[in-house]
Design a binder for this molecule. Structure first.
Ligand SMILES: [Zn+2]
Ligand SMILES: [Zn+2]
Length: 274
């Protein structure tokens, strides 16, 4: 009882000094204290690391060597990756996938066609089975995240120095984090009326990770139209500024959204809690 009173007094004192309380909370933050929160780190282009409250680590499209990446060797440094969510086979989305899977044992979440193509390039077969690969509409359990493959309008061939392999159809992902937010990662796609079904079928989207660069995908106006259908709380722009032809900017997205959703521009390499 006495200790409860003391704890109460300490809590009251801290609450009376908000700045100190905030600093104490900050000091307590760190990898261990981050448990219970969902964290997202963008590495430029369409590559993200998503950490769930339960400690599952998911990589979304693996091209850590992209020109905007703050650390071109990041793929070789990630301590733990449980799942690799690959939207399609283009090299700007799977560039580091095979090496990352070989080193970490991460399982492929994506289309089975893409899985077969990547196996021919060295992706470990036992990490690319029907347990985690499927097709549009498929629901995959990835640790404490539930991942649903949704349509994307694009292409998906897989190239290496010797071959062009069919990678099936491209996909996007709806990711429901247990005890955390629901994200929609569009992959590479134009705006499509299929997006109207996403909130109807999968519920409220908290964060929409949307391509905005144009040329190969939606531009900011297209992404804003898509957001008007998906109705996310927040749009996180991606797939822009990497190459000169990807001209769309977050500012243009913000203007086109007319306040319908917040825009969160992530700084490459900076871990953000959601
Ligand atoms: Zn592509
Ligand atoms: Zn792309």
């Amino acid at each position: 009882m006495r200790s409860r009173i003391v704890a109460g007094l300490v809590a009251a004192a801290l609450a009376a000094v908000p700045a100190f309380a905030a600093a104490a909370a900050q000091a307590a933050a760190g990898p261990a204290a981050a448990a219970g929160r969902t964290a997202l780190t963008w590495y430029g282009h369409s590559t993200f690391v998503l950490e769930t409250p339960g400690g599952t680590v998911l990589v979304l499209d693996a091209w850590f060597k992209n020109p905007k990446s703050p650390d071109k060797d990041a793929a070789a440094k990630l301590e733990k990756v449980d799942y690799l969510l690959l939207s399609h086979g283009h090299s700007d989305h799977v560039g580091d996938a095979v090496a990352l899977a070989q080193r970490t044992g991460a399982k492929l979440v994506g289309s089975s066609d893409l899985g077969r193509a990547l196996q021919r390039m060295g992706f470990p077969e036992k990490q690319s089975t029907f347990e985690t690969t499927g097709n549009v509409g498929g629901v995959i359990q990835a640790g404490d995240a539930t991942v649903i493959m949704v349509p994307a309008v694009h292409s998906s061939d897989v190239n290496d120095a010797n071959a062009h392999l069919g990678g099936g159809n491209p996909v996007g992902f709806v990711i429901r984090v247990k005890g955390g937010p629901t994200l929609y990662f569009t992959g590479d796609t134009d705006v499509t009326q299929d997006m109207k079904l996403i909130p109807e079928r999968y519920g409220r989207i908290d964060y929409m990770l949307a391509c905005i660069g144009g040329h190969f995908t939606m531009d900011p106006a297209g992404a804003a139209l898509a957001a008007s259908w998906v109705k996310p709380r927040t749009v996180i722009p991606m797939h822009y500024g990497t190459f000169p032809v990807l001209t769309g900017t977050p500012k243009e997205l913000e203007a086109a959204l007319h306040g319908r959703a917040k825009v969160l521009v992530l700084e490459p390499g900076k871990r953000t809690t959601l």
